[in-house]
Ligand binder design. Structure first.
Ligand SMILES: [Zn+2]
Length: 161
């Protein structure tokens, strides 16, 4: 790959990366500040979450020896934690369908992770299965409470029923 710097100011540096054999194909890489943020026109980092070869080519051309912090995604670090995004909760009132889809996605990922960990040993499996059972009971109790409240509300409104 060949790397050419196409523009350079104090805020943004733009590089163009081309393959040796395909002169028509080129990617633009924008670097803000001192590698405070970086983006590539192939959008691999945004979509797949991994670094593309074009950014590596620029890093090589710029003689960058350590991976800039801006391209280390949160989920690769020790600080990565499972957290509920408050944005999803706000979404519920506007678009319940989307929100449920997003919740299912999050649950699926969390369960896959749990499955992986819970099959490491029989001890892990037993803890997981007991806790899943408890959690299910808890969820059921929550659903029952909600149903009761609903019924109470309906009975209050429709006293003739
Ligand atoms: Zn790229």
């Amino acid at each position: 790959m060949t790397t050419t710097q196409v523009s350079n100011d104090d805020i943004v540096k733009v590089f163009q990366v081309r393959k040796y054999d395909a002169t028509d194909k080129a990617w633009n890489i924008e670097i803000r500040g001192m590698w405070d943020s970086v983006s590539c026109s192939c959008l691999m980092i945004e979509t797949v979450g991994t670094l593309c070869s074009h950014i590596f080519a620029v890093m090589k051309a710029e003689n960058i020896r350590t991976i800039p912090k801006c391209i280390i995604l949160g989920r690769w670090t020790k600080n990565a934690k499972i957290r509920v995004c408050p944005h999803n909760i706000n979404e519920k009132s506007n678009s319940p369908y989307m929100s449920i889809e997003a919740w299912l996605g999050s649950l699926h990922v969390a369960c896959r992770n749990l499955q992986r960990l819970a099959t490491n040993s029989s001890e892990a499996f037993e803890i997981a299965i007991a806790d899943i059972h408890n959690l299910s009971l808890h969820m059921e109790a929550m659903t029952c409470d909600k149903e009761k409240e609903k019924l109470k509300g309906q009975l209050g409104k429709r006293s003739h029923v």
